[in-house]
Design a protein around this ligand. Structure first.
Ligand SMILES: [Zn+2]
Length: 202
């Protein structure tokens, strides 16, 4: 188990190591950021955005919440999205879910979890919308398919926000991707759900 003191020690070593290899790394980054990706992922400690795609600071603009949900009334998320699209002008938005997601599991286990059930309600809706397909699956297969379907729904939710709709109308090159990460393999798969215009929404 790490302690807060450990984290300061680790941070100092990390920063010193980078400065040794690239003396201007932090001073350049301090001037500003130009990430080309907005990353939307789960808060799960096992899916740290930069680490799983092996990217240093400055490359990803990140929003994480439980079960990587895009909720149209979530001002926190919408602020991140607006800044990423309109100010940073990212070309790619990635929704990266993961198999074995605890949020997806909790949404399907029919137990009460308190306040968080309001948040997880979105996943329950995905489950209901896809009941026919999910009926033939059970156990981990059912959860993992629901993890994929949940990513697909969030890609749709992002693509239909006025922020993305306006960007497309203005001819901005903006692609929304749906990916999923395997905790067991440490690898990401493309669910091939990419939307780049309203034509892709079907
Ligand atoms: Zn998760």
């Amino acid at each position: 188990m790490q302690t807060p003191d450990n984290l300061f020690d680790r941070n100092k070593k990390w920063a010193q190591q980078i400065k040794k290899e690239r003396p201007n790394f932090f001073s350049n980054l301090a001037e500003g950021q130009e990430p080309n990706f907005l990353w939307i992922g789960c808060s799960d400690s096992r899916v740290p955005a930069n680490q799983i795609v092996d990217l240093p600071p400055g490359e990803l603009f990140v929003h994480r919440n439980i079960a990587n949900l895009v909720v149209h009334s979530d001002l926190n998320f919408l602020s991140v999205l607006q800044y990423a699209v309109e100010v940073l002008e990212v070309n790619h938005i990635v929704v990266c879910g993961h198999y074995g997601c605890g949020g997806v599991k909790a949404a399907t286990d029919d137990k009460g979890h308190g306040m968080i059930d309001n948040w997880l309600r979105q996943i329950k809706d995905v489950q209901l919308d896809n009941a026919e397909e999910l009926k033939g699956l059970s156990g981990d297969d059912e959860i993992n398919r629901l993890c994929e379907l949940n990513v697909a729904q969030q890609v749709k939710n992002i693509s239909t926000t006025p922020i993305v709709q306006n960007a497309w109308e203005n001819g901005q090159n903006l692609n929304v991707h749906g990916w999923i990460y395997s905790l067991e393999q440490g690898e990401i798969s493309d669910l091939e759900l990419t939307t780049s215009s309203n034509d892709d929404l079907g």
